[in-house]
Design a protein. Structure first.
Length: 248
């Protein structure tokens, strides 16, 4: 989201990239518009015009309803389908920031995954982006986007691992994935430990109770349940306190 000056005055541009199918997407777009106006009204800036557009990466992600209608309300937003955008429209204007999205755009006669990836990578490196970190991020995003469209084998021919690892954005994504994996591993270990203790103490842990334990995602709750599995006088007591913890 950014502010622009038009012949009609100040306006706000809101572009929302959508990478999955969401039936509630129109309502979310309307909420964003309301949130923007709430902020501008609070700041004494009135209700500036808002140019809203949804950018869809793949056809299967597009919600066909591009607005909402109700009594007194007719709300619509613009739609940009990347597969309908020609690559030449981006390349001829030198829109460097959009080069990583070239694999998702409309194929011209003779285009192949290899020619598109090669062209995109060459254009990014030839653009002489002054910010080296930005150039590395553009290459990393190209690798990820290209991988979604063409698969890993094509990407490996043009975007090497060391090129990706130079990108701060990519390294942050990897670090986040590692943190999430560690958190998930902790959750799974705690669940198994709880069930092991219960099985050791009470021999049989029936499926409904196992399912309840395996459904718990919160690490704090699981740690409390682990202590409870050691102290509870019976499975019935454990089950009752489990319900209390979940509903708390």
């Amino acid at each position: 989201m950014f502010s622009v000056v038009t012949p009609a005055g100040q306006a706000i541009v809101h572009l929302e990239a959508q990478g999955y199918l969401d039936p509630a997407f129109p309502a979310r777009m309307l909420r964003y518009r309301a949130d923007i106006w709430e902020n501008t009204l609070t700041a004494g800036q009135g209700t500036p015009h808002i140019h809203q557009a949804a950018v869809f990466f793949f056809p299967e992600h597009e919600n066909k309803a591009h607005g909402l209608d109700d009594d007194g309300i007719h709300y619509v937003y613009q739609v940009v389908r990347l597969w309908e955008v020609t690559r030449d429209a981006v390349l001829s204007r030198g829109l460097v920031g959009l080069y990583p999205l070239l694999p998702l755009m409309q194929d011209a006669v003779g285009d192949t995954p290899d020619t598109v990836m090669q062209q995109a990578l060459e254009r990014i490196t030839a653009a002489a982006v002054e910010d080296t970190a930005l150039e590395q991020d553009l290459i990393a995003v190209l690798g990820i986007i290209g991988g979604e469209k063409y698969g890993p084998d094509v990407i490996r021919r043009y975007v090497r691992r060391e090129m990706l690892m130079q990108s701060q954005v990519y390294r942050e994504w990897i670090a986040e994935d590692i943190r999430e994996a560690k958190a998930q591993a902790t959750v799974e270990v705690l669940r198994e430990n709880i069930l092991d203790v219960l099985a050791e103490r009470f021999t049989v842990v029936r499926q409904p109770l196992r399912a309840k334990v395996l459904a718990v995602e919160d690490v704090g709750v699981l740690k409390a349940l682990h202590k409870l599995s050691i102290k509870a006088a019976s499975l019935e007591e454990f089950d009752r306190q489990l319900d209390e913890l979940i509903s708390a």
